[in-house]
Design a protein around this ligand. Structure first.
Ligand SMILES: Cc1cc2nc3c(=O)[nH]c(=O)nc-3n(C[C@H](O)[C@H](O)[C@H](O)COP(=O)(O)OP(=O)(O)OC[C@H]3O[C@@H](n4cnc5c(N)ncnc54)[C@H](O)[C@@H]3O)c2cc1C
Length: 293
């Protein structure tokens, strides 16, 4: 690993000034779980690491109508937070499924977004939840929908000198259920072969779907929404045939890479299976939510 300067600013303004000073030679470091590996492999050779650990406020989980998770919240904190578990259990479950507990204690919410790895789990559920990434840069603050944040393979909408400060997640409507499923046939702490998040909102009659959202991970250059499958569900009643049709439609939305987690054809096939299962679970959860007084 190359020698580098290490800076630990105490405010966001100070962090932005250091990023400006070093330009492309600086890298933000959060949990370091991805960055340190990339540095060891000399895939990146920053002259300066800018740690966010001493910047106050980035470690907070807050209720703001929905939820707001600061960039430095660790995966483990998101997993066990009573607030996240109560408001958006699907998000806590998603963080629980990441890697091992050791990694989850280090990896952060901001790192999971900024890294832009299409095999990560949290971006899938955040995409389905229609969350917004909060960003600060030399020209001020802006919010970017997760749907617009991932641009290409390991490429995000972050401009030079910008950093992720938080992600905000709207709350779910009434009579809504959600599920996150991760298919990983090798080991329990592996990246997904296919990951699927589904959200189902029921009509007041409880029998038909008003709206469905489906997001997928590990099956394209970015996490993606299966909108053609979503459209099939609106106004329909749950049935095995419908879940199968949605799974078939989702298969047309993906463009997986063949790798040691499976061939492209296998991942496409498993996409259909996982979408059907995730929708079935989300639908059941929606029914339970609707039955609650
Ligand atoms: C063995 C292993 C297994 C894993 N398995 C999984 C898995 O199954 N599922 C899963 O979802 N994840 C998994 N991960 C975690 C994931 O791949 C990333 O390592 C992690 O999300 C990165 O978070 P971090 O805080 O450690 O980021 P860092 O390593 O600190 O940074 C990663 C990148 O993001 C940038 N960055 C970090 N924070 C910010 C910020 N606030 N603003 C701007 N840029 C920033 C850095 O400059 C760097 O480019 C695994 C990691 C390891 C090491």
């Amino acid at each position: 690993m190359n020698a580098f300067d290490y800076r630990a600013p105490r405010s966001l303004d100070e962090a932005l000034a250091i990023l400006g000073e070093y330009g492309e030679d600086a890298r933000v470091v959060a949990g370091g779980t991805a960055l340190v590996t990339m540095m060891r492999q000399r895939l990146v050779q920053p002259r300066c690491l800018v740690s966010l650990r001493d910047v106050p406020g980035l470690e907070r989980i807050e209720a703001n109508g929905g939820l707001r998770l600061g960039a430095l919240v660790t995966h483990r904190e998101a997993e066990i937070s009573p607030l996240v578990r109560e408001r958006l259990p699907v998000l806590a479950e998603t963080f629980r499924r990441v890697a091992s507990v050791r990694i989850r204690h280090m990896a952060t919410v901001g790192g999971a977004l900024a890294h832009g790895d299409p095999n990560q789990d949290p971006p899938v559920t955040l995409l389905a939840l229609e969350a917004t990434v909060e960003v600060r840069g030399p020209r001020g603050a802006r919010g970017i929908l997760v749907a617009e944040f991932f641009r290409d393979y390991y490429e995000t909408a972050l401009e030079p000198g910008e950093l992720v400060t938080a992600v905000t997640v709207p709350s779910l409507p009434a009579a809504t259920g959600a599920a996150f499923l991760k298919f990983l046939p090798r080991t329990a702490d592996d990246y997904a072969t296919v990951a699927a998040a589904a959200i189902v909102t029921l009509e007041p009659d409880g029998a038909r779907c008003r709206e469905a959202r489906i997001a997928l991970g590990s099956v394209g250059l970015t996490p993606l929404r299966a909108t053609s499958a979503e459209r099939l569900l609106a106004g329909e009643a749950l049935g095995e045939g419908l879940l199968q049709a949605a799974g078939e439609a989702a298969k047309t939305a993906v463009d997986p890479l063949s790798d040691h987690r499976g061939s492209a054809a296998y991942k496409r096939e498993m996409t259909g299976v996982m979408v059907g299962r995730a929708l079935g679970q989300a639908w059941e959860a929606a029914r339970r939510a609707q039955a609650r007084p």
